[in-house]
Design a protein around this ligand. Structure first.
Ligand SMILES: [Zn+2]
Length: 462
């Protein structure tokens, strides 16, 4: 049976401020929007559909989170206060103590926060993603999954010092990484009625050799998918690429033919004018991750990147999954960075979080806005709240005053995954309580394993 989202105020496209009152959305059995129009036009056919009356709710496109690492939820409240690299002085991480099942729970926890804050699509990048792909898929959310690849002989982030030499790469490590990435692609691409896609993800500009950059792009082209990398994420990365290659990070990627319109470059915090021009020349998609950048005292030059020809999406990156907060931080940060009191606008920023995300994941044909022929990935928001009244300009009101708990229902591919504030496909309470136990256990193990090391930030005795 077809589904009718009935009598809502529908924000069809944030960027265009395309808003229609008393509208209904008819969704077919495939989860595709079949008709959109005045609610009154559907009255005589109502009995043919599974109807969800929206009353005074506002229905909007769901957010596309262009860059995240879901298992980083284990570091919540602990790692945010550290400078880059956000690591403690231990030989191993708290995550390394997790069993596969515990990793699945921490990743699912991240998805739950994302759903509750209006995210319908996650670009999830991780190590051994196959371990938890099935668990997160069960939530019903949409994913682009990427297995992070590196062929550097040490972990440049854990080492806490910049890349030293261009001879520090290993062909064996590269081959292992390609195998993991291709296996993920074979297992998951286009699965769950195309709800899951797989991308290629060489990890960072300073942890990949030229041959890994070239091979990653080739793989993405061969498999007709996008590829992504962390670019200009830290001063450490900029220094390391200068040491090893005598180039700026974007120049390094360009030197090995890595830049292109199917690339999502995440962060781009410290790119200079010539790098911005290069990124624009190749129409690179940028995942701006403004909340984590602000925590590191940084902000990407978003306006300049757009002016040069780049498309912008928004990501959350580590620990947090709240795209509304990330979008709002992006809105504030860009105004502060440019000392500009009026731009970007609310429409610009929520556009980045939806249509922008669709653009950089090559998904404008089916994601990012609510139009006939696109996927029914949407959220229903209750504006009947003290902090949202009066509601005179929906988009501006939402970015300036909205909070994630205003979002009451989330639909992906025509199916509710949260309805009237209830998460439908996984046991949310169980995940939350287990996550607390897992975190206490793994952090305690880490501290007990290395009693003489200074934690840098103390955990509360709870
Ligand atoms: Zn990241």
């Amino acid at each position: 049976m077809k589904t009718l989202i009935h009598d809502a105020t529908v924000v069809q496209d944030f960027e265009q401020n395309e808003i229609n009152k008393n509208f209904s959305i008819l969704i077919n059995e495939e989860g595709v929007i079949e008709e959109l129009g005045k609610a009154s036009e559907f009255e005589s056919r109502k009995q043919e559909f599974n109807i969800f009356p929206m009353n005074e709710k506002i229905v909007m496109p769901g957010f596309i989170n262009c860059h995240t690492h879901l298992t980083a939820t284990l570091g919540r409240g602990v790692l945010e206060d550290l400078a880059f690299p956000p690591i403690l002085p231990y030989p191993r991480s708290a995550n390394s103590y997790l069993s596969d099942e515990e990793t699945q729970i921490m990743a699912t926890l991240g998805v739950l926060e994302g759903i509750r804050s209006g995210t319908t699509t996650f670009v999830e990048l991780g190590r051994d993603v196959e371990k938890y792909a099935s668990a997160i898929s069960e939530t019903g959310a949409r994913f682009f999954l990427g297995e992070m690849m590196t062929d550097l002989t040490y972990n440049v982030i854990k080492a806490g010092s910049p890349l030293k030499s261009k001879n520090d790469f290993s062909e064996d490590l590269a081959d292992q990484a390609y195998t993991r990435a291709i296996n993920l692609f074979e297992s998951w691409n286009n699965k769950e009625r195309d709800r899951i896609k797989v991308v290629f993800s060489p990890a960072t500009a300073d942890s990949c050799s030229p041959s890994m950059l070239q091979k990653s792009r080739e793989l993405a082209e061969e498999k007709q998918t996008v590829y992504t990398i962390h670019l200009s994420q830290s001063h450490q990365e900029v220094d390391g690429i200068k040491n090893a290659w005598n180039l700026k990070p974007t120049e390094y990627l360009n030197a090995y033919d890595f830049l292109g319109p199917d690339l999502i470059a995440a962060h781009c915090r410290y790119v200079d004018e010539s790098e911005i021009a290069l990124l624009g020349k190749f129409s690179v998609g940028i995942s701006n991750n403004p909340a984590i950048a602000a925590r590191r005292g940084a902000a990407a030059p978003v306006t300049e990147l757009i002016q040069s020809g780049c498309s912008i999406g928004i990501g959350t990156d580590n620990m947090a999954e709240d795209m509304l907060e990330a979008a709002r931080t992006g809105y504030f940060a860009e105004r502060v960075r440019r000392n500009n009191e009026t731009t970007p606008t609310a429409n610009n920023v929520l556009g980045w979080a939806t249509t922008g995300g669709a653009e950089i994941t090559n998904s404008t044909h089916n994601l990012g806005s609510l139009h006939v022929g696109k996927q029914a990935d949407l959220i229903a928001v209750n504006f009947n709240k003290a902090h949202l009244a009066p509601n005179l300009r929906v988009v501006s009101n939402f970015i300036n005053n909205g909070i994630s708990s205003d979002i009451e229902s989330v639909m992906v591919q025509g199916k509710f995954i949260m309805h009237d504030k209830k998460i439908l496909n996984v046991d949310e309470e169980k995940i939350i309580s287990e996550a607390q136990i897992i975190a206490q256990k793994s952090w305690t193990k880490l501290r007990e394993s290395y009693p003489n090391l200074n934690m840098l930030v103390e955990l509360d005795n709870i």
